[in-house]
Design a protein around this ligand. Structure first.
Ligand SMILES: NC(=O)c1ccc[n+]([C@@H]2O[C@H](COP(=O)([O-])OP(=O)(O)OC[C@H]3O[C@@H](n4cnc5c(N)ncnc54)[C@H](O)[C@@H]3O)[C@@H](O)[C@H]2O)c1
Length: 435
């Protein structure tokens, strides 16, 4: 099928590439000229495992094209996906200006029947607004709007798209539903077809539930610290119950990234607006904020004054296997330590170029390896659980450090092993500081 994706970021580019991979003819549109120029040069503007190869192969096969021209994109596709940003407003509501702009831009370019699919994460009832907008700018246009929330995880986006747990779309039109089913036929996954409002809600409800699991285990981790229990064992014990599951029960510095913080805030806001406040989610946010504060307090307890302390931070991306630093808790941690006068040397396998563009980037030193970051440091902090951090030579790292203190903000390392290597180890929810 001929498909168009408006917005070629983490979601749009990966979705477009995977659609091409299963045989569709895809045109990806982006209004960022530099991004499109990079793509036309055969380069990938983001790091996502496996993406580069798929893009290269499908461009070579003529199934994947890039343009900055929205009307050209709309003319190409029978189905037009919208995958533009939906950032938060300061009050937690969603800034829908990018979606509204795309609706305005595509409207006059609709010359024959099109299905307009919203893949961006939006509050319930946005589909109605998109349809209204297109009608206003092109009263004669023949089209249907569909909601097709995306569940991919950065870091495993290609795998998630090629082998999804489920595909959900919401449609109020049989004609649009038939085309959507055809698009997804090559993907072997359970398909749930709903009305538009339910599909929009599924995405916010799913992300909020995952955030709830993270905050739940983080709240348990605080109790573990106060009672000398081990949250890792507690999580294992809870997770063995099939009704609960072990996933997303990892105690740590809390959730961050470009999706969870904004999606939970958006779900809270839309629930308030609908007159059914979702107070449970306000608590989820509160626990998430407290988790970082509690961690920094533990660092203060150990190092006393942070001013002039040389601290190494391992990991800056919001999670492993991505270069994305949007709303990364690791970055927030670094900002807070810098504000207290700590001298930070950081290392991340993929995200360092992105950090250079941030304000905090000019206030820290970037090292080219975990060992180089640790040189002369009074403490190392694991802020993102990149697997390579578990495989460094810890005896060598200890030798390089001024004092062998390790704060593991992601419970990546084994406390016993770290002790054997001579480290003073502090994890999350793994006993009290006084021990
Ligand atoms: N990143 C994720 O893991 C993820 C997962 C699921 C859902 N989502 C949702 O998908 C949406 C997109 O997220 P993302 O991470 O891909 O964002 P992104 O910022 O990486 O990409 C968005 C792209 O849209 C382009 N764009 C903006 N306005 C445009 C316009 N008028 N015409 C053409 N291009 C335009 C931007 O230049 C950018 O390249 C958001 O709603 C997000 O919540 C993201």
């Amino acid at each position: 099928m001929k498909l168009t994706i408006i917005g070629s970021g983490y979601v749009g580019l990966t979705t477009g590439a995977c659609f091409a991979e299963v045989g569709h003819e895809v045109m990806c549109v982006d209004n960022d000229e530099a991004k499109v120029a990079t793509l036309l040069h055969g380069e990938i503007p983001i790091y996502e495992p496996g993406l580069e190869e798929i893009v290269r192969n499908n461009v070579a096969a003529g199934r994947l094209q890039f343009t900055t021209d929205t009307p050209e994109g709309v003319a190409h596709g029978d189905v037009v996906f919208i995958a533009v940003p939906t950032p938060p407003n300061p009050d937690g509501s969603v800034d829908l200006k990018f979606i509204e702009k795309v609706a305005r831009e595509i409207a006059p370019a609709i010359k024959e029947y099109k299905v307009v699919v919203d893949k961006s994460t939006v509050p319930v009832k946005t589909g109605e607004k998109v349809a209204e907008t297109i009608k206003r700018y092109a009263p004669e246009a023949e089209f249907d709007v569909v909601s097709n929330p995306e569940f991919l995880r950065e870091g495993s986006a290609v795998e998630d798209l090629m082998k999804p747990d489920r595909i959900v779309f919401g449609s109020n039109s049989d004609r649009a539903s038939a085309l959507m089913k055809k698009i997804y036929e090559p993907f072997v996954a359970p398909l749930l077809v709903t009305d538009i409002n339910s599909a929009e809600l599924i995405k916010h409800a799913a992300n909020s539930f995952l955030a709830l699991k993270i905050s739940y285990i983080n709240a348990v981790s605080a109790i573990c610290e106060a009672s000398d229990a081990d949250v890792e064992l507690v999580a294992e014990g809870i997770g063995m119950d099939k009704r609960i599951g072990r996933d997303f029960l990892n105690a740590g510095l809390g959730y961050g990234g470009s999706c969870f913080p904004k999606d939970i805030a958006a779900f809270i806001t839309i629930s308030d607006q609908l007159g059914v406040p979702f107070d449970l989610l306000k608590e989820v946010e509160k626990i998430n904020r407290q988790q970082l504060s509690r961690f920094i307090e533990r660092i203060r307890q150990k190092l006393w004054v942070l001013e002039e302390k040389k601290i190494a931070v391992w990991g800056l991306s919001f999670k492993p296997d991505t270069d994305d630093v949007r709303c990364s808790v690791a970055i927030e941690l670094v900002e807070k330590l810098v504000a207290e006068g700590a001298e930070i040397t950081a290392y991340d396998p993929k995200a360092m170029d992105r950090v250079k563009d941030l304000e905090v980037g000019s206030k820290i030193t970037l090292a080219n390896s975990p060992e180089a970051a640790a040189k002369g440091a009074e403490a190392v902090i694991v802020a993102t659980e990149w697997p390579e951090f578990a495989n460094v030579d810890f005896n060598a790292v200890r030798e390089l450090m001024l004092s062998p203190i390790l704060f593991d903000g992601r419970n990546l390392l084994d406390p016993g092993t770290m002790e054997t290597h001579g480290f003073d180890y502090e994890g999350i929810g793994r006993g009290s500081l006084e021990e």
